[in-house]
Design a protein around this ligand. Structure first.
Ligand code: 5GP
Length: 181
């Protein structure tokens, strides 16, 4: 497949991602083997491909649902504030909730999600995140299942975008700085 000019290099290729997603699914399947009522809550849009691959690798029964958020831009007075723009359709009270996110950067988004779901009294609450940029963290957040740690670069592909572009690239690539700065 042709690599767009805006992509400086491939950080994680398809095979590497698929192998790790399989490992995560095995870990999750083992941990929830005795539990009824697992709901995967995918965060749109970025987690849609990761969630689809992960869910199909699970060996435990589960439902899927989605939530959509918008975060205020870096550098504005509201930086770090997160707004819910679409909620789950099912109630999570008394269910085992696994939040599925594409990436943890500052940590504000995942912090908001975990606080929001905690208030709804699930039977348990955990997070599964494909990518983490530890150098950018502003707030500590628990990540129970993590795919990969990456450096502080803007990544696209496998669900992740830049202004809604590049989401369906099959790999995860680092954008050239001049494209996003
Ligand atoms: P946080 O609240 O942890 O700072 O940011 C989480 C959100 O920022 C992610 O869900 C994602 O939408 C976006 N984000 C952070 N870093 C990247 C990146 O490198 N690439 C893309 N496409 N989105 C990112």
């Amino acid at each position: 497949m042709e690599i767009p000019n805006s992509v400086e290099k491939i950080l994680l290729d398809e095979e590497t991602i698929a192998a790790r997603v399989c490992e995560l699914a095995n870990d999750i399947s083992a941990d929830y083997a005795d539990d009824d009522g697992l709901i995967l809550v995918g965060v749109l849009k970025g987690a849609f491909i990761f969630m689809a691959d992960l869910a199909r690798r699970l060996n435990v029964s589960h439902h899927v649902d989605f939530i959509a958020l918008s975060s205020y831009n870096r550098g504005t007075a509201n930086a770090g504030a997160v707004r819910l723009i679409m909620d789950t359709r099912t109630s999570v009270t008394g269910q085992h909730v696994l939040v599925v996110e594409d990436i943890v950067d500052t940590g504000y988004t995942l912090h908001y999600l975990l606080r929001t779901f905690h208030a709804r009294k699930p039977a348990s609450l955990r997070s599964c995140v494909l990518l983490s940029k530890p150098d950018r963290r502003q707030i500590e957040v628990p990540v129970d299942y993590l795919g990969f740690e990456i450096p502080d670069v803007w990544v696209v592909g496998y669900g992740l975008d830049c202004a809604d572009r590049f989401r369906t690239l099959p790999y995860i690539g680092a954008l050239r700085r001049e494209v996003y700065e």
